[in-house]
Design a binder for this molecule. Structure first.
Ligand code: FEO
Length: 189
């Protein structure tokens, strides 16, 4: 799976800043901005894949996921700006190199792998905050900790359902319908 270019994020020299935030924490948050951006483009790619393969409900689900990831990225950008630091805006996405055979179960399994990687990176930020006593950033990151837990559970549940369904067309029809509705109800909340 060519999911994420692991080494694309390079720690650039921090721009001159008057921020009270620790330099390492700023770098870690910038890496997180990079990961959220990658996740957003990956889900947009999947939304497109499902649309062209006739699964409009799942396509809507992934488009909504993509929007959520972009919101996460913006939340982190705003935090750095509020703290008088300079966020590094990702200037690259990997979509032009993206290539995965269309396989419903694999796409969801890859998404879960992606979410786990994002969770681990968030936990790393929290642990670093604890080490230096940055209670404010630790508090801010707690929202992401909870969000990631929900995301992982959501993907795990869908994967379990897909495993039960297997190749059954009726089951796939149903889950496509359900996931399209799930996105609608999440938007309303
Ligand atoms: Fe914002 Fe699902 O990572």
């Amino acid at each position: 799976m060519k999911l994420i270019k692991q080494n694309m994020y390079k720690r650039k020299k921090q721009m001159k800043t008057t921020s009270m935030l620790d330099k390492n924490i700023i770098s870690l948050i910038n890496e997180q901005i990079w990961l959220e951006n990658n996740a957003s483009f990956y889900y947009l790619y999947l939304s497109n894949q499902f649309a062209i393969n006739g699964f409009s409900g799942i396509s809507t689900f992934f488009k909504e996921q993509s929007n959520e990831e972009r919101e996460h990225m913006l939340k982190l950008i705003d935090y750095l700006i509020d703290e008088d630091s300079t966020p590094q805006i990702p200037n690259y996405n990997f979509m032009e190199e993206m290539e995965e055979d269309f396989n419903i179960l694999s796409h969801f399994e890859n998404s879960l792998t992606n979410e786990k990687r994002v969770s681990s990176s968030i936990h790393d930020i929290v642990n670093n905050c604890k080490k230096i006593g940055d209670i404010q950033t630790e508090n801010f990151m707690q929202w992401f900790v909870i969000e990631q837990r929900e995301e992982e559970t959501k993907f795990k549940n869908i994967i379990d359902e897909l495993k039960i369904i297997g190749d059954d067309r009726g089951g796939l029809y149903q889950i496509n319908k359900e996931l399209g509705k799930l996105s609608d109800s999440e938007e309303e909340n």
